[in-house]
Design a binder for this molecule. Structure first.
Ligand SMILES: *Cc1c(COP(=O)(O)O)cnc(C)c1O
Length: 370
């Protein structure tokens, strides 16, 4: 008899379920035996625009150096980020995606006996990084799908070291305003690190969504995480960043893998950051697509959760699971979110106009079939 290596895993890990990604296009193409190019994937909040041409050029130029290790300090990208975000270089931490930043925080600040507070329906990576280091996840019930910041405050105890909040939140798309954030930060104990996950902030800039960077100087216990995976269109390259005090950045740097961000990602991120036209086009496309989908849902008599992201949680009641399957048969991949405690919703990423049309037509067809 061999030993039970599941039972031997630390308790937090035993209780975890692996992260469930959106269904890959090629997988569905194999299952349906159809051409992958006919499939529309609106399941992973990816940017439908394709990467910035400037990022592609930067990657091509970088290819000549593939035999070398990347710059482990990410000097060029950090310099650009520091400039653009109005912080010092030593306040920037680069990550292999912003998920890496979340994990660095957990490894540096959480341990058995300590806990992290986050909301119901929050991003699936928060429980993974928390329980992976043996810390306890304190999940606070949501308020009308969104973060209940006062309740999260009340859930903080002596053993809390980290709070994860996402604004806007994925998969709900819900958000909170500047005043709510400020009141929250004022009342959080100074020793609790608040991770403000702004993965979708570029889509909402200029609106009534607070810019986390404006709170950094007032709150040394704040870390803002951002990513190149969404509005910057570089999800496959895995690059994100954290902005914090230099002390927190120094701590994260100690647990970081030496070359956590690869050279193609560094080069592409630098180029994407300087491509203002691409970002503007991403936003324009997202706003138009959000409108298109909402108009279509309204026509179908469907409800949804208002969203400030590049996705929308559509309420299908009891039909969510069968509609998901029906859409797959129509070659349209969306994201079931039952594992986020939302069995009645499907999360749909905003696509190109033609992709949104495909989704709406497939949805109408599937719903008509009953
Ligand atoms: C997509 C997403 C991220 C970004 O993940 P990366 O690792 O940067 O690709 C982070 N937080 C939330 C809430 C997200 O939805």
């Amino acid at each position: 008899m061999s030993a039970d290596f599941l039972a031997l895993a630390q308790p937090g890990v035993q209780q975890l379920s692996p992260y469930v990604p959106g269904k890959p296009v090629d997988e569905l193409a194999r299952e349906l035996d159809i051409d992958p190019s006919t499939i529309v994937k609106l399941a992973s909040n990816e940017n439908p625009l394709g990467a910035s041409p400037k990022a592609l050029t930067a990657i091509r130029e970088e290819l000549a150096e593939l035999t070398r290790y990347p710059d482990g300090n990410g000097f060029a990208l950090k310099t650009l980020l520091a400039e653009q975000c109005g912080v010092q270089l030593d306040q920037v931490t680069l990550g292999n995606g912003s998920n890496d930043i979340l994990e660095l925080v957990a490894r540096a600040y959480l341990a058995p006996g300590l806990n992290a507070v986050f909301s119901e329906h929050a991003f699936a990576v928060y429980p993974i990084v928390t329980q992976a280091v043996g810390a306890q996840a304190r999940v606070v019930p949501a308020n009308d799908w969104g973060h209940d910041l006062p309740a999260m405050l009340a859930a903080i105890d002596d053993n809390t070291r980290v709070v994860f909040i996402a604004n806007p939140n994925n998969p709900t798309g819900t958000w909170f305003g500047a005043q709510a954030l400020n009141e929250f930060l004022q009342d959080v104990p100074e020793r609790v690190l608040v991770v403000l996950d702004e993965a979708y902030i570029e889509y909402a800039e200029g609106g009534d969504l607070p810019d986390g960077l404006e709170f950094l100087s007032a709150y040394p216990n704040l870390l803002v995480s951002r990513t190149f995976s969404k509005a910057y269109g570089l999800a496959a390259l895995r690059v994100g960043y954290g902005l914090s005090t230099a002390v927190v950045a120094d701590v994260l740097n100690r647990v970081r893998q030496p070359f956590n961000v690869n050279s193609l990602a560094l080069a592409a991120a630098c180029a994407a950051l300087q491509d203002a036209d691409y970002l503007a086009e991403s936003r324009r496309l997202n706003e138009a697509g959000m409108q298109q989908l909402q108009d279509g849902f309204r026509e179908l008599g469907l409800g949804w959760i208002p969203s400030k992201g590049n996705f929308i949680a559509l309420d299908l009641g009891q039909l969510a699971a069968p509609v998901y399957q029906g859409l797959l048969r129509e070659g349209v991949i969306v994201r079931p979110v039952a594992n986020y405690g939302m069995p009645n919703h499907l999360r749909i990423t905003i696509g190109l106009p033609a992709e949104n049309t495909r989704l709406l037509e497939a949805l109408a067809k599937v719903l008509a079939r009953g």
